[in-house]
Structure formats: structure tokens, C-alpha cells
Write a protein that binds this ligand. Structure first.
Ligand code: NAD
Ligand code: LMR
Length: 342
């Protein structure tokens, strides 16, 4: 349904009967790192959601202006700003979804893992505050390296005694968004119809698009599979190089993160038909964390969709085995970091 603020008057009137039957829900969303390259456009997109009653923007600097600016948009949610660690607790109290894009981005020549030393500590501190102030919230981790920052968050939440694996998500939606775009372009398909599940993790070869599972069903040559897979895996680097030192993907990331927020809010609101790919604690493979399609519900991950990994092509099966050592090492690095800290 067209629920967004871009819907025309006529479209809204057509839908108004739905709203009378089921009033708009009111959820609170916090963005940590809200003054950054991702944080600002993400805040704008979340401000447009009719499911949001309050938007809490947190950063270590420059967030007052972002909030003042955004608060003038005539959409329902109230915008509040919070600056620095002394205001972090108040930012988090009572929120339903916490999105974390805080941290440094890559420059050309760097891997996501090169960000570990700075971003691991940032995520750790923010998750400690989440554990203390809104332990029941859905937590969306964007900060890289996602393959390690999600295990770090899980360990911190465990140490605090509030870990709920169903509510901790690594945001890999951008990989799906890219896969959908590139496949639609290559095969001349209508964008709106295309859906490619992307599994594994969120770095280099750990990003595994399951092209054989593309909807609608499409046939690819071996060359097309190779070319598309490599492009999807390197798409982050493509943007980092084009930005030439000015950072990594921010606008497409904000778009993808807003989609994941909206899906989470719809699930919290009781929609029984919400599926997204995301990097979560998982028993789909022998790895403790793995990205795959999941069904989202009121309590978070309701089911991990195992069928996507059944009957893979030989190419996909090999790629799956090839990604496991790197993904395992990134998970172990994250866990080791939290053990050093205690
Ligand atoms: P940016 O530098 O533009 O913004 C980061 C923001 O985080 C800044 O405003 C900064 O002040 C803030 N910040 C730093 N330390 C903080 C702390 N302790 N608490 C709160 N805020 C803090 O960077 P960006 O382009 O927005 O990227 C942010 C992160 O997202 C990077 O790590 C990047 O690699 C990652 N990223 C992930 C994906 C993905 O698909 N998951 C996609 C793109 C970028
Ligand atoms: C992306 O995929 O765009 C992000 O993970 C940012 C990056 O460093 O590539």
C-alpha cells in the first residue's frame, strides 16, 4: 500500500477507510550517528514514515541543526536531538527501534575490516547504552565491519544479561537493493518486480547473491552470473572509489536502511507478511552469524528462511564454502575484542 507521505491526495483518500479501521501506529525510532553521511538522509526518510511518532537523533556533534531543520517537515513525527554521552540515555528511553550508523567510513584502498579498530569501540559503547536503556528494542547495526560489529553487539548484550538474538540485526539491505538494481538493468526487467536474496555477510566475497533464486525466475549465462556476482560484491568499493576519499555509500545506504526500518515497524505493527535479508544469529550453517532471508514479526526474527540455501547451483555452493573462513574469522575477531575488554 502507498502509506508514505509521497502518496497523492486521491491515493490517500482511497486508503482512508483502512486507517479508520486500523489507526496509525506510533513507534519511536532512534538514530545514533544521525549527523553523519548516512544519518542525515536516513533521518529524513524515517521522518516521512506514517508509522513513526518520535524520531530521536543522537550524535557526538552537529545534531542540533539537523534536528531543527528536519523538524520543519510537516509529517507527524516529533524530532528530538541529543548530543554527547550525557544525553544518550534519554535518547534511548522508550524507543522501539535503534539504528546505528555511527563510525568512520572507508577511503579508497581500505577494506571494511580496516575500520575495526575505531568502529568496534564506538559500537561497544553505544550498545552498552542500548542495553541499559532500551533492551527490548530492535537494534539495526550499520557500522562496519558489520561481520564483526554484530557479534560484538551480541557479546555486549550477553554481558549485560539482555541479549535477545531475535532483535539484533546487521543491516545488509543495501546488498539486496544493489542486486535488484543490477539484475533488473542487465535483464531489462521492471525494477519493482525483481527480488534477489543475498546471504552470507557484508564484505567482499562474504556477500553472496543467490541469483538462481531471483524472482521472477530469470535465466543467466555463466558469464552473467560471474559478472553480476562480482559487481554486487564490489559495489561498496565502486562507490568508495567514485567518492575518492569523501566517504562511502550514504544515499543508497540511507534508502536501504529506511526500507529495513519500515519493514521492522510494519512487523511491530502486526503485519504478518514481512521478509528481509539480514545478518543475524543463525543456525542455517555452522557459522553462528549468517545473513539470509528472515520473517520479521512483533518479537523480531520469527523464522530464518532455510529454503534459500537448499538446491544451490554449483557456483553458489562453491561460493558459500569459500566465504566461510573469512566470515568465521570476522565473527571470532569481534568476539575476541569483547573478551579483551572485560
Ligand atoms: P560519516 O563519517 O559521514 O558519519 C558517521 C557519524 O557517526 C558522524 O556524524 C560522527 O560524528 C558519528 N559518530 C562517531 N562516533 C560516534 C559515537 N561514539 N556516537 C555517536 N555518533 C558517532 O560516516 P557514514 O558515511 O555515515 O558511515 C557510517 C558507517 O556506516 C561507516 O562505518 C560505514 O562503513 C558504514 N556503512 C555501512 C553500510 C552497510 O551496508 N551496512 C553501508 C554504508 C556505510
Ligand atoms: C557499502 O557496502 O557500501 C558499505 O559497507 C560501505 C563500504 O565501505 O563499502
Amino acid at each position: 500500500a502507498l502509506r508514505g507521505s509521497f502518496a497523492t491526495k486521491a491515493q490517500k483518500e482511497n486508503q482512508s477507510h483502512q486507517y479508520h479501521l486500523q489507526p496509525q501506529a506510533t513507534f519511536k525510532v532512534a538514530i545514533l550517528g544521525a549527523a553523519g553521511g548516512i544519518g542525515q538522509p536516513l533521518a529524513l526518510l524515517v521522518k516521512m514514515s506514517p508509522l513513526v511518532s518520535a524520531l530521536h537523533l543522537y550524535d557526538i556533534a552537529n545534531v542540533k541543526g539537523v534536528a531543527a531543520d528536519l523538524s520543519h517537515c510537516n509529517t507527524p513525527s516529533q524530532v528530538l536531538d541529543f548530543t554527547g554521552p550525557s544525553e544518550l540515555g534519554n535518547c534511548l528511553k522508550g524507543v522501539n527501534v535503534v539504528v546505528i550508523p555511527a563510525g568512520v567510513p572507508r577511503k579508497p584502498g581500505m577494506t571494511r575490516d580496516d575500520l575495526f579498530n575505531i568502529n568496534a569501540g564506538i559500537v561497544k559503547n553505544l550498545i552498552e547504552a542500548v542495553a541499559d536503556n532500551c533492551p527490548d528494542a530492535f537494534i539495526h547495526i550499520i557500522s562496519n565491519p558489520v561481520n564483526s560489529t554484530v557479534p560484538i553487539a551480541a557479546e555486549i548484550l550477553k554481558q549485560k544479561g539482555v541479549y535477545d538474538p531475535k532483535k539484533l540485526f546487521g543491516v545488509t539491505t543495501l546488498d539486496v537493493v544493489r542486486a535488484n538494481t543490477f539484475v533488473a538493468q542487465k535483464k531489462n526487467l521492471k525494477l519493482i518486480d525483481v527480488d534477489v536474496p543475498v546471504v552470507g555477510g557484508h564484505a567482499g566475497i562474504t556477500i553472496l547473491p543467490l541469483l538462481s533464486r531471483t524472482k521472477p525466475s530469470v535465466s543467466f549465462t555463466d558469464e552473467e552470473i560471474q559478472e553480476l556476482t562480482v559487481r554486487i560484491q564490489n559495489a561498496g568499493t565502486e562507490v568508495v572509489e567514485a567518492k575518492a576519499g569523501a566517504g562511502s555509500a550514504t544515499l543508497s545506504m540511507a534508502y536501504a536502511a529506511a526500507r529495513f526500518v519500515e519493514s521492522s515497524l510494519r512487523a511491530l505493527d502486526g503485519d504478518g507478511d514481512v521478509y528481509e535479508c539480514t545478518y543475524v544469529q543463525s543456525d542455517l550453517t555452522e557459522l553462528p552469524f549468517f545473513a539470509s532471508r528472515v520473517k520479521l514479526g512483533r518479537d523480531g526474527v520469527e523464522a530464518v528462511i532455510s529454503s534459500d540455501l537448499q538446491g544451490l547451483t554449483e557456483y553458489e555452493q562453491k561460493a558459500l564454502e569459500a566465504l566461510k573462513p573469512e566470515l568465521t574469522a570476522s565473527i571470532e575477531k569481534g568476539i575476541a575484542f569483547t573478551q579483551k575488554q572485560t
